[in-house]
Write a protein that binds this ligand. Structure first.
Ligand code: FAD
Length: 492
């Protein structure tokens, strides 16, 4: 399309739609005419309650006051995810948001820890991580200087409402109604959206936030979908909320079962529960019965079944349309990465916002960066499934034996041989995340870096115990997560 962009239309008002609207409104709202269309009749997917630390950046960019936000979304603090029964039945580890131990520029902390293990002087890897130990002790506080690295558990509908207010304050106009038709011009670009009542909403640039329907990017522009189900076989979720039965944990629980896993996400007043499973290995009735047998507390609403297909759109920006949120693809929620991907796409779109007409070079760059990001997250999630000792059910035997992407095979091999991990360019998960999950899932590197041998046995012992003591001493000073929440956002 040609000509400067003046009118932006955001189709969809779930988490993706309102995160997009709030950010565009804040940054470019003064010069653009922004409309968001959402349908009360269709509603939103209504899940997506666990986040990762990058959301703090998004909220800060928008100038959001954290305590007000936490009160509005019934939020709790999250220090990581506990993976139960993944490596094996009755095995548990935490992937925390913290940094474990202390790296040397030549070698990650795991190299020194492994040497310590060999000498019999090292505790569990996680004992050297402040966030992980705080999570286990259920403690939390904002610490001065280099504080705890954390994220949030939040009520996603309340978060969307919170962002809606910000967006509307910045001039975004909300239209309620069902989009019945997407019109294109002769060149093939989207020109307008027609609501069921006949209202025509014209635009120069469109953001598809219509969720799994992908009304604009998929249906109207015909952009295909790359299916990753052969690597990530789960394709159904059932979600149900319950009243809280105890103080909220400062971490998400991910508990593997015979054909997938289930989540437990603590908010201030309720708990989000759900089961993720592969319909090839478990039917819906079985899934529902299993979920209901596992949850605690009064059930607040009927369990909802959510079918999904793991994969990605073949392009995330096509012509004058960018897809953000579930319309752009979905990697299952094991590491709570979807809201992060929304945030990344919103920020990327703003960084590459058309300077005049839409440039093909921008489209190519946007798609290249998005794919890079997605493929690394995909590999990280596959790792949890593939690297298991479980052989107790057909589902786990499939995951253990399945073919995996070469990129992931290489990472696993490198770690197994040498204990090394590297963060590729700007990928989301840094070395420490890969290390925590590879160790947690049962790879013990065959050797350690020679720099660890430069230390004597006494030096290794002192080095490790110094970190351990620091972690324990700091955690002792922290209040309980529950008490901290009560003082920080008094509504809790
Ligand atoms: P939706 O919420 O589906 O919103 C779509 C919007 O489009 C709605 O407003 C709808 O009304 C509108 N719409 C659709 N069609 C039309 C039409 N014809 N006319 C008008 N409006 C229309 N993410 C995380 O980060 N952490 C998690 O813990 C997490 N857990 C998840 C668990 C499950 C089981 C699933 C499936 C997803 C999870 N996600 C999670 C992902 C997260 O839920 C989504 O990324 C997030 O909610 C964004 O969804 P969305 O806005 O793209 O789509």
């Amino acid at each position: 399309m040609s000509g400067a962009i003046r009118k932006i239309v955001i189709a969809g008002g779930g988490t993706a739609g309102w995160m997009t609207a709030a950010a565009i409104g804040k940054v470019l709202g003064a010069n653009l005419d922004i409309t968001l269309i959402e349908s009360d009749q269709i509603g939103t997917v209504g899940v997506g309650e666990a986040t990762i630390p990058t959301l703090l950046t998004y909220n800060r960019l928008l100038g959001i006051d954290e305590a007000k936000f936490m009160s509005a979304v019934g939020g709790t603090f999250k220090l990581g995810i506990a993976f139960e029964n993944w490596t094996d039945v009755d095995h548990r580890y935490i992937h925390s948001f913290g940094i474990t131990g202390k790296d040397h520029w030549t070698a990650g902390f795991q190299q020194f820890w492994r040497k310590g293990r060999e000498l019999g002087v090292a505790k569990e890897f996680g004992d050297y991580c402040l966030e992980l130990v705080a999570a286990e002790k259920r403690r939390f506080a904002h610490l001065p200087k280099l504080g705890l690295n954390y994220a949030y558990h939040l009520d996603s509908s309340a978060y969307a409402q919170f962002l809606r207010k910000m967006a509307e304050d910045n001039g975004v106009v909300r239209r309620e109604g069902k989009i019945g038709e997407v019109r294109k011009n002769e060149a093939g670009d989207i020109s307008s959206l027609i609501l069921d009542d006949g209202t025509v909403i014209e635009g120069d640039f469109f953001v598809d936030c219509t969720g799994f329907r992908a009304l604009l990017i998929g249906e109207a522009l015909g952009v295909g979908y790359e299916d990753w189900t052969h690597w990530l076989p789960c394709d159904r979720a059932i979600a149900v909320q319950t009243k809280s039965v105890g103080p909220p944990l400062p971490y998400t629980r991910s508990i593997a079962h015979s054909a997938g896993w289930r989540w437990q996400i603590p908010l201030q007043h309720r708990t989000g529960n759900g089961i993720v499973f592969s319909s090839q290995y478990m039917d819906e009735e079985e899934g529902r019965a299993f979920l209901l047998s596992q949850i605690e507390g009064e059930v607040l609403a009927e369990p909802r079944v959510i079918p999904f297909r793991t994969g990605t759109r073949s392009a995330h920006w096509e012509r004058n349309c960018v897809a953000i949120g579930l319309s752009s693809g979905f990697i299952e929620p094991l590491e709570s990465t979807s809201i992060h991907l929304i945030q990344r796409s919103v920020m990327r779109m703003l960084q590459m916002f058309p300077q005049g007409s839409v440039a093909n070079a921008d489209i190519d760059e946007f798609n290249k960066q998005t794919f890079f990001e997605l493929e690394h997250i995909r590999d990280f999630i596959i790792l949890h499934y593939h690297l298991t000792k479980r052989e107790d059910t057909p589902f786990w035997r499939y995951c253990r034996g399945m073919d995996i992407p070469d990129t992931l095979r290489h990472r696993m091999q490198l770690f197994r041989e040498t204990g090394r991990t590297f963060r590729a360019n700007d990928e989301l998960f840094a070395e420490n995340s890969w290390t925590q999950v590879m160790l947690g899932q049962g790879i013990m590197p065959k050797s350690h870096h020679p720099v660890a041998d430069v230390m004597s046995e006494g030096e290794v012992r002192n080095f490790l115990s110094h970190i351990d003591e620091n972690v324990r001493r700091t955690v002792e000073t922290l209040p309980s997560h529950e008490d901290y929440l009560k003082s920080y956002c008094p509504s809790s």
